[in-house]
Design a protein around this ligand. Sequence first.
Ligand code: BES
Ligand code: MN
Ligand code: ZN
Length: 510
Amino acid sequence: MTALTLSTAAASGLRADAIVVGVAKGAASKSGGLVVAPGAEAVDKAYDGKLAAVLETLGASGGEGEVTKLPAPSGFKAPVVLAVGLGPVPEKDETYDAEALRRAAGAAARTLAGAKKAAFALPVEDSGDAGAIAEGALLGAYSFDAYKESAQDGKNGKAPLAEIALLGAKPRDKAFKAAVERAIAVTEELNRARDLVNTPPNDLTPEAFAAVASAAAKEHGIKVQVLDEKALVKGGFGGILGVGAGSEAPPRLVKLSYTSSKADKHLAFVGKGITYDSGGISLKPAGHNETMKCDMAGAAAVFAAVVAAARLGLKVNVTGWLALAENMPSGSATRPGDVLRMYSGKTVEVLNTDAEGRLVLADAIAKASEETPDAIVDVATLTGAMMLALGNRTFGIMANDDAFRTSIHEVAEEVGEPSWPMPLPSDLRKGMDSATADIANMGERMGGGLVAGLFLQEFVGEGITWAHLDIAGPAFNEGGASGYTPKGGTGSAVRTLVRLAERTADGDLG
Ligand code: BES
Ligand code: MN
Ligand code: ZN
């Protein structure tokens, strides 16, 4: 784990492997030149004020995420200066926005893998900027090499940047300290969610996931309850049991309860935790199952958010529900045509065993409803249809309350997670009518993401505000790393959930 401290040291005297500075694209009206961002004045001076000119000669443009390395000026203890692009220079009277800072810090930290220490001299106007840079850097430094023997002995692969000194911040200022401590807590838990998503499914079974969650919960004073397969039978969790029926690794339902004595609101977060989605008897074809270890990313996000809320001591009660099962085909697996009796008492005809996420979530949402929380938010890699609609970086938000859906969209925007509000058109409900049961687990093909949302809505307790985040697109990055987003598990929705809990604690939300 990368260590991060606030420092008042001068860049020139710092013993480090590199000094990170920001550069931006100047306004087109002013000949479009490269601009050295605030925070790097001393570094620029040491180059006789020619840093921008040198970088331009090297081909730098200041574009977002662009990284240029050059030898440090003479007299500097660090050998290298790394210039990272911040995108366009802010408008007059504005400062660099938080997401530009996060992405630049993330790209710089990722480029510096293998280094021991770097000093970041990026523009810091206030504690919010320091928090954004810390967050981006700690997320960008992430790498997953638990399964690479070559990385373990240091011969191949590079260890993450070990230490970051953040310059330009005020180490003794309360607000700065709090912002950085928050960034550390949130990113540590978010990176743990990434680890869980990246862990291969032969190791991360529902039981193993539940054990990781229990250990973390105990460490942070969170109450934890794990329902094993026997308890699930006893409780009547037909959805979770039906999905897990084909696997040698039995399902689990984990409840994490963080409570604050100063809380007057209660949020319930519910996560889809399919540790591997083969599709079941409705088996996925080759090309569609290689990345299906990511199908527990919703549960990982919920887990991370609850632990982060506890570490931050938020004045809100947060209950996390992890609906964990492995979806496998076997002689004991649920068949297309089977009817499941769900926890809520409703019956579901399973027409496609690959529409399994909604089955485990339905049980967990119905269970979560019994405590009548102020709101339920479920998070799930639920449908390929949502990826077709919104692409690989944007999650869809559905809700039974327009204001709540808007709030979540705003919160996601604030933390730098792209999202978009989606409708729940009631005319799609009839497509799920079943001749045999109360409802089928599949409906019309068109609008498949919304159909899944409508299915879940049926299991939300009466009068409870509910939102559904379909993170199938952004949860797992099959492309290259960019900004603070690595390949593989991304930790999608963690920061949105944490911010939602913070805003709820502050009374900013209904
Ligand atoms: N886990 C998948 C959705 C998914 C697909 C997530 C690709 C991430 C990447 C989900 O369980 C699924 O298989 N959904 C089906 C539903 C259909 C059978 C109604 C889908 O979207 O095709
Ligand atoms: Mn599936
Ligand atoms: Zn799935």
